[in-house]
Design a protein around this ligand. Sequence first.
Ligand code: COI
Length: 365
Amino acid sequence: METATIANHRNVTALLEQYALPSPLGFGQELAPIMYRANYTNGSWQGGHLCPFGEIGINPAATCVQFGQQCFEGMKAYAIEQSRPELFRPEANFARLTRSAHRLCMPPPTASLFAEAISGLTSALENFIPNDSGQSLYLRPTLIGLDPTFAVKSSRTFAFILIASPSDAYYSDPIKIMVERQHSRAAAGGTGSEKVGGNYAGSLQSTSRSIASGFDQPLWLDASTHEYIEELSGMNFMAVVNGELHTPALTGTILPGITRASIIELAGCLGMGVVERSMPIAELLADIDKGNCTELFATGTAAIISPISEIGEADGSTRKLLDVGNMSATIKSALLNIQEGRAKDAFGWMASATDSRKLLDRLEK
Ligand code: COI
């Protein structure tokens, strides 16, 4: 397979020659100066290319603007101990993007387009992947509908865009979460288990309310009863109860996190008990009060593992956790050791980020 073609070669090369990583990085604040774009027209994906990062000129009546016909992924390329950058379970991101695209009536990128975009952009940005532990090149594959229409129907033209951000982890400190008892994130049959922008848009008001009450973000409960824990706004949720790891079972309204699934496997191998189940919020709060639940944490590609120090209510009342980063710290370092190339990758999770042929083989398996 060929490497990614470059539109406006001189500009791309000049942008990379002038580029330098700022410090500190933060999460998603620094946008790489180049990106990848491919268009879907006449029923198929056309050849994509690397190009300067910039505005993408879409029609104001496009379906992505008017109806949120959009989905995305979050992935990371790591270059800490590795000689060349590596990705974590890219086939899982590709599979989820494919599912999200189908749910929103969009054509997913082909495996070869996805492999070319990821390997092309990561290769071009290889010298700008930060290499302190917890840092990475965060990659955001995004699919949008482009046709202008006021009628509620699917677009027939689309763009696949890959942008990148040299980043730190999402949070640098333990977070405080607010139990969201007013709004819901996702209902049965909706798009809660797909990675679509609308899920996040619907969470923003609650995030603002949680911040106004002294928290970092809301903890979502199920839409029909408001009794069972689902997830955080951009992260899955885990608790240590009686020394075991508990997490809400996937119900169809929770995003099936790749970090979540990996932690479940990893924790099992570390000899920790792992329980996926329905988790009533009332029971969890009672377990914290009784000292049975000692630790809470958030998991996700961006977050990695973020300890939760407090859980509270909209009125500002909170409960403090006994442990902030105990069991979660053990799991986090086991996970980062694999992702950052310090430990043997016994699960076969890591994949070359720069070899498009190997990446394609992996996506097609
Ligand atoms: C990720 O963890 O990669 C996400 O996409 C969640 C959030 C930052 C939107």
